[in-house]
Design a protein around this ligand. Structure first.
Ligand code: LR7
Ligand code: MN
Length: 531
């Protein structure tokens, strides 16, 4: 056993390729031996001293402060990439970062013969300094896109690297999914590691990812994604207590790691977390397994949906998706996209989401369609080859995934109705005010929640109005019992019934003593979809 150390910039046995294309750069490298034989025990302390004395901007992941008189210019530059380019350009390409790992991670040892990995980074019009910092923090340099500096200048930069690197250039804008496919096809490493083009890797990030794949080649592993501020480039540790989920609209979301997953790991937070979905940008996968499991859906355009598609596919077809909590990689999170979506943002994302819903979600796709009704008009092309893949891999149904992998999902595994809740007396429907589309869609679930997406009907006082609050799965104030004969919705906690609002209730349905009045009768209707 050998203790792996900081692998920043030292990948002696590596063969690095950079693949570029006119718009997209795919870059990858072969990397495994990250041993630089230095004694690292002193480094953090030294760095801390240096950051105090040298005051080089951004060292140790500190925020960069732009002086007042430069702030106009800073705002202008921000627009180019939707992050603070001026700050980024001030920071060293190999700046120091804090060691944000859990203490238990710092002393872990890994086998000597870890698999090697190719690293694939796709990019479209990335900024020079963020792209280069990504590469520097992994191993060494590269480049690409429409921007001039991403052409010759990058090639020259790459040529100066210690590690061979290749740049592939796509003939035309193809989107991150097809660009990654191109990159992956050119890799030779035992493992493929994908990264976005504005990342910074921290000490010991790679070894635990590779070690987990060595243990189980069907484990697809993600680091904890730390946050690099788009405003100041400050480096902030991500949490090991959140994992990936999604809502009815098929937006990826972070949620707290549930108790069952803490229990499974016997409370050891340094062990990998089984996550229902991944964010998509940063993960490692065994190269032959990537092929076996069907790579990516090449019918998806530009951006979006591929992360959920891959997450469902991995779980349903016998793999596992994990967050390796001892691995930390930073990512610049942006509030807006800096690039265009040929064909329109909504069209592209809806098409990709329809493809994944149609192939993987079985009847549960109704939740997606019902919450975003316009989607059914979007053409999603031909998915027959993806359905054939699902068939040939003998993948499990989506209901299995919900039951076994994601019981705390926003989409209920078992439910009584998905549609409107109509009052018998007034013929009016319960309305989740404040939502633009389909505010009258609710699901009454087997867990006795009345929910729309991640919001649940909640009542906290006798004779009080109901509100929509984040579902907590703890029953309590969010548990309603429907009596299909009497048509009543009993709020179990208060033993009162849901009633139509009176004048002073300002249109909000309210709890009242159960009286059998028609205003306390509700019809839970299933909406039919014409898909
Ligand atoms: O047409 C394009 N061609 C590209 O090569 C559009 C984008 N890209 C590149 C781009 O330069 C970048 O390197 O693709 C990469 C991802 O694009 P971003 O950084 O604009 O997207 P993001 O960080 O908002 O996107 C997250 O969701 C995407 C859904 O398709 C991808 O899965 C991204 O990889 C993913 N990023 C992460 O998971 C990082 C953590 C974010 C979170 C949560
Ligand atoms: Mn990104």
């Amino acid at each position: 056993m050998r203790r792996f150390v900081y692998c920043k910039v030292v990948l002696t046995t590596s063969l690095v390729w950079v693949l570029v294309d006119v718009f997209l750069l795919l870059y990858f490298s072969e990397c495994n031996k990250c041993d630089n034989k230095k004694d690292h025990s002193l480094l953090p302390a030294l760095r801390a001293v240096m950051s105090r004395t040298h005051v080089a901007p951004g060292e140790m992941g500190k925020a960069v402060v732009i002086p007042k008189d430069e702030q106009e210019k800073m705002k202008e530059l921000f627009k180019i990439n939707q992050f603070n380019l001026m700050a980024s350009d001030m920071i060293a390409l190999n700046r120091s970062l804090p060691d944000v790992r859990l203490d238990g991670c710092k002393t872990k040892t890994y086998p000597d013969d870890l698999p090697n990995t190719s690293i694939v980074i796709v990019f479209h019009n990335e900024a020079w300094s963020t792209l280069l910092r990504t590469i520097h923090s992994i191993l060494l340099v590269d480049d690409a896109s429409e921007r001039d500096f991403l052409k010759k200048k990058l090639e020259h930069h790459v040529a100066t690297l210690e590690v061979p690197m290749r740049i592939l250039r796509m003939e035309q804008r193809s989107g991150l999914i097809r660009a990654r496919l191109r990159g992956a096809a050119a890799t030779r490493g035992q493992v493929i590691t994908f990264l976005d083009a504005h990342c910074e890797c921290t000490v010991g990030w790679l070894e635990p990812l590779l070690a987990r794949i060595k243990e189980d080649r069907r484990a697809v592993v993600c680091p904890i994604i730390d946050v690099i501020s788009d405003e100041t480039f400050e480096y902030m540790a991500g949490s090991d207590m959140t994992y990936g989920g999604f809502n009815w609209k098929l937006n990826f979301r972070w949620y707290p790691v549930p108790q069952r997953e803490m229990d499974r790991r016997k409370g050891d937070r340094t062990l990998p977390v089984r996550t229902p979905t991944m964010a998509g940008g940063l993960f490692s996968i065994d190269r032959t397994y990537f092929e076996e499991i069907g790579t990516y859906d090449s019918g998806m355009d530009i951006w979006g949906g591929e992360n959920l598609e891959m997450s469902f596919r991995i779980w349903q077809c016998g793999g596992s998706l994990e967050i390796v909590t001892c691995s930390h990689v930073g990512h610049v999170f942006r509030k807006a996209t800096p690039y265009s979506f040929p064909g329109g943002t909504g069209q592209v994302i809806n098409k990709n989401n329809r493809r994944l819903a149609e192939v993987w979600m079985d009847e549960f796709k109704d939740f997606f369609y019902i919450i975003s009704p316009g989607v059914v008009r979007v053409d999603y092309g031909d998915v027959s080859s993806r359905k054939a893949l699902r068939e040939s891999l003998k993948c499990k149904p989506f209901s299995w995934y919900l039951e076994n992998i994601y019981p705390d999902s926003q989409i209920p595994r078992r439910y009584y109705s998905l549609g409107e809740i109509r009052n018998v007396e007034t013929n009016q429907c319960v309305d989740n005010m404040g939502r633009k589309e389909n505010e009258k869609v609710f699901s009454y679930t087997a867990d006795k929640e009345i929910r729309t997406d991640d919001l649940c009907l909640d009542a906290s006082r006798l004779n009080g109005p109901v509100v929509m609050l984040k579902c907590h799965h703890m029953k309590g104030n969010q548990m309603f019992e429907y009596d299909a004969e009497r048509l009543t919705l009993l709020h179990v906690n208060s033993n009162q019934c849901l009633d139509m609002p009176s004048e002073e209730d300002k249109m909000v349905p309210t709890l009242r003593d159960c009286s059998g009045r028609r205003s306390q009768q509700w019809i839970l209707r299933n909406m039919t979809l014409s898909v």
